[in-house]
Ligand binder design. Structure first.
Ligand code: NAI
Ligand code: MG
Length: 497
């Protein structure tokens, strides 16, 4: 079912289109701009300043000065926390506007942005604001007559490279722990979704974050992004995006100043549904796992393994349940699935669908674009998928489910692990022994039992294998932005050699 109403009740005004460097909105040095487009129509929404190497240099200079000589890293954690709390409150005051900017730029559902993405962004800032004055070192148990302790110090100037699928959440999943730790940051939002990032820059200034502490340089990956990850004066990088670019970011670090990088990359996560599962619940979980956020989510459970005893029933029920699934305008509250973020992603997903058909998978439902304009794709399910098909191996990042059958637990575990990725996995069963055994056997950073996409700001999240390394969320995320320093001194004025 498709709804292509073009009604957009909450059309926001676009107020910020320039780079935010050292506390001010400025044009790019080249004067160039790029277009950001509305994925509902493909039409241009706004022209945004196109930052490049010279602009990154300016932002790094500002962040360096703010770190080396400014107040932010020297404030007490409590003071930094208070300012971050203020920022969270300001975000709450502007939820509606931020949620609509996010929908306009990315095609994400407005009601979910308003209910979930923007409020949880504010709450995640509060979480790290509360942690800012609880960053402790340790007392070391020295084997000789020394007193030793560790200090946790902010790592310095950090570059945060953000993807387009969760522009608000990902901005502060990185910026909130970095700022709480006392770092200064340069954020490079994805070129598809610059609008909310610039708005957050304005709110950060209003909250009292000092100039130079939070900079936002909009622009492209191969120019602005590459300049940031190869910069000699940037002390660490946190990146979320494709595995291919993750590799480039790491190479750039290796070739420049060996800055530490944390990488949250692609996935091809398994969802394993066992015979004893409640099939209706399994259907709901499977839909959430792969169609949520139009499938543009790194933890997408795009390989669905169903045990043979319920395979046919599952297929029948999921097919039926998609009859009232609505693809359409993300501002319409009846819609389940908006447009893919841009033409490139839209075409990429359609290419994978064609490859599934060509390779001999059975198309159960969907399988083509829909709507008269924009980047809409039908929720698509393939059955009889073989593990060596492209659709079962590569990250599609769209609403495409690959269904496969299995017989035994051993087979399920082996198939689930048969991937270069290791971001997440889902298990649907009421058998505690199966749940325990499978969750410990899967090489992935996040396991969901009888649920999916259930994130919590206190549960660390990140990849095994080629899905990257480093953890976001939880107190673990702070570690990406901290250094450990040991301080040692003799206890008595005795000879110490
Ligand atoms: P991408 O990896 O190119 O983009 C992510 C971010 O990296 C953007 O801010 C981009 O400007 C920046 N970037 C690109 N090249 C760079 C470089 N050489 N140096 C530094 N930064 C750079 O992803 P893209 O092309 O937008 O999407 C391609 C595929 O990547 C998607 O279809 C999906 O499979 C995957 N992806 C995964 C994400 C995740 O959440 N893990 C998020 C976005 C994309
Ligand atoms: Mg856009």
């Amino acid at each position: 079912m498709t709804s292509n109403g073009s009604s957009a009740p909450n059309m926001p005004e676009i107020k910020f289109t320039k780079l935010f460097i050292n506390g001010a909105f400025v044009d790019s040095i080249s004067g160039k701009t790029f277009e950001t487009r509305d994925p509902r129509t493909g039409e241009v929404i706004a022209h945004i300043a196109e930052g490049d190497k010279e602009d990154i240099d300016l932002a790094v200079k500002a962040a360096r000065e703010a770190f080396d000589n400014g107040k932010w890293p020297r404030k007490s954690g409590f003071e930094r926390g208070r300012i971050l709390m203020k920022l969270a409150d300001l975000i709450d005051e502007h939820t509606e506007e931020l949620a609509s900017l996010e929908s306009l730029d990315s095609g994400k559902l407005f009601h979910l942005n308003k209910m979930l993405d923007v409020p949880s962004t504010a709450d995640s800032i509060r979480y790290y604001a509360g942690a800012a004055d609880k960053i402790h070192g340790e007392t070391s148990k020295c084997s000789r007559e020394f007193h030793g302790y560790t200090l946790k110090e902010p790592v310095g100037v950090v570059g945060l490279i953000i993807p387009w699928n969760f522009p608000s959440i990902m901005f502060f999943a990185k910026a909130a722990p970095a700022l709480a730790a006392g770092c200064t940051v340069i954020v490079k939002p994805a070129e598809q979704t610059p609008l909310t990032a610039l708005y957050y820059a304005k709110l950060a200034k209003e909250a009292g974050i000092p100039d130079g502490v939070l900079n936002v340089v909009t622009g492209f990956g191969s120019t602005a992004g590459a300049a940031l990850s190869s910069h000699m004066n940037v002390d660490a990088i946190s990146f979320t995006g494709s595995t291919e670019v993750g590799r480039l970011v790491m190479e750039a670090s290796a070739r420049s100043n060996l800055k530490p990088v944390s990488l949250e990359l692609g996935g091809k996560s398994p969802l394993i549904i066992f015979n004893d599962a409640d099939v209706n619940m399994a259907v709901d979980i499977a839909k959430l796992a792969v169609f949520y956020n139009k499938g543009e989510i790194c933890i997408a459970g795009s390989r669905v393994f169903v045990q043979e005893g319920i395979y046919d029933e599952f297929i029948k029920k999921i097919d039926e349940s998609l009859k009232d699934w609505v693809v359409g305008d993300p501002f319409d509250s009846n819609v389940h699935q908006g447009p893919q973020v841009d033409k490139k992603q839209f075409e990429k997903v359609l290419r994978y669908i064609e490859s599934g058909k060509r390779d001999g998978a059975t198309l159960l439902t969907g399988g083509k674009a829909c709507g008269k304009k924009g980047y809409y794709i039908e929720p698509t399910i393939f059955t009889d998928v073989k593990e060596d098909m492209l659709i079962a191996r590569e990250e599609i990042f769209g609403p495409v489910m690959s269904l496969m059958k299995f017989k035994t637990i051993e087979e399920a575990i082996e198939k689930a692990n048969n991937t270069i990725y290791g971001l997440a996995a889902g298990i649907v069963t009421n058998d505690l022994n199966i749940a325990n055994r499978v969750s410990r056997s899967i090489r992935a950073g996040m396991i969901w039992i009888n649920c999916y996409t259930a994130f919590d700001r206190d549960c660390p999240y990140g990849g095994y294998k080629m899905s990257g390394f480093g953890r976001e969320l939880g107190l673990h995320a702070l570690e990406n932005y901290l250094q450990v320093k040991s301080v040692i001194t003799p206890i008595y004025d005795s000879p110490w050699l």
